[in-house]
Design a protein around this ligand. Structure first.
Ligand SMILES: N[C@@H](CCC(=O)N[C@@H](CS)C(=O)NCC(=O)O)C(=O)O
Length: 215
């Protein structure tokens, strides 16, 4: 059985978990905090969560994990069948990963863990996110899903990236990031109503509340 390693509080962990549930995978969750040290980095070389364990070995990086899981269940596709449309989905996913997710994540310490805000860094990040969101606006159709009528991998990935990025944007700049992209707010609302996403979000919210109680 697949093992999913990490902590429920993580949005990346939630993306993998929701995707696995949607695809009908049986899996076991293993609670483990990320650390850049041995032997953790043998399993997840950047010392991050989530990562999974399958018969063939360990796999980290959320987008790679989703791609692998997608290929494991070809009869229930969450990737456009057409090769070009599929590449466009990957393009969108990459834009969200690099220019929305990774950029906003540079401020996670300040927003979620009370670290001091590095204003010059924040000043660099916002313009990159604005461009990233403009690219999302160009690439996603929201009709009703990002790639059209079929829900795809990028919907699950983007939902959890945007979920955190919007909190960060609000706290650091008082910026309602969702208003940058027409249809993004409604799409977030629609995705949040999917039963598997609801389940994951409920469990994640409980884990976050527990963590806050212990602070
Ligand atoms: N690029 C990674 C990012 C995952 C990530 O940033 N995970 C965070 C938790 S939400 C983490 O492990 N942080 C610990 C660290 O960076 O040391 C992915 O796509 O999976």
């Amino acid at each position: 059985m697949i093992k999913l390693y990490g902590l429920e509080i993580s949005n990346y962990y939630a993306a993998v978990k929701a995707f696995m549930l949607e695809k009908g995978f049986q899996f076991e969750e293993v609670e483990i905090a990320p650390t850049y040290s041995e032997p953790y980095i043998e399993l997840s070389p950047m010392g991050k969560m989530p990562f999974i364990e399958v018969d063939e070995g360990y796999l980290s990086e959320t987008s790679a994990i989703l791609g692998f899981l997608e290929n494991c269940v070809p009869d229930q596709p969450m990737t456009p069948a057409d090769p070009f449309a599929s590449a466009k989905m990957s393009e969108l996913l990459k834009v969200i990963e690099l220019y929305v997710g990774n950029e906003s994540a540079r401020l996670v310490g300040h927003v979620f863990f009370a670290a001091e805000l590095n204003q010059p860094v924040a000043d660099q990040i916002k313009p990159v996110m604005v461009k990233g969101l403009a690219a999302v606006d160009r690439l996603a159709s929201f009709s009703p899903y990002m790639m059209g009528s079929q829900v795809t991998m990028v919907d699950f990935y983007a939902y959890y990236i945007v979920m955190n990025a919007r909190i960060i944007a609000k706290k650091v700049w008082g910026w309602d990031m969702l208003s940058e992209v027409e249809g993004l707010r409604e799409w977030m609302q629609m995705m949040s109503q999917r039963p598997m996403i609801k389940l994951v979000d409920d469990q994640r919210n409980i884990a976050i509340a527990k963590m806050m109680d212990n602070v």
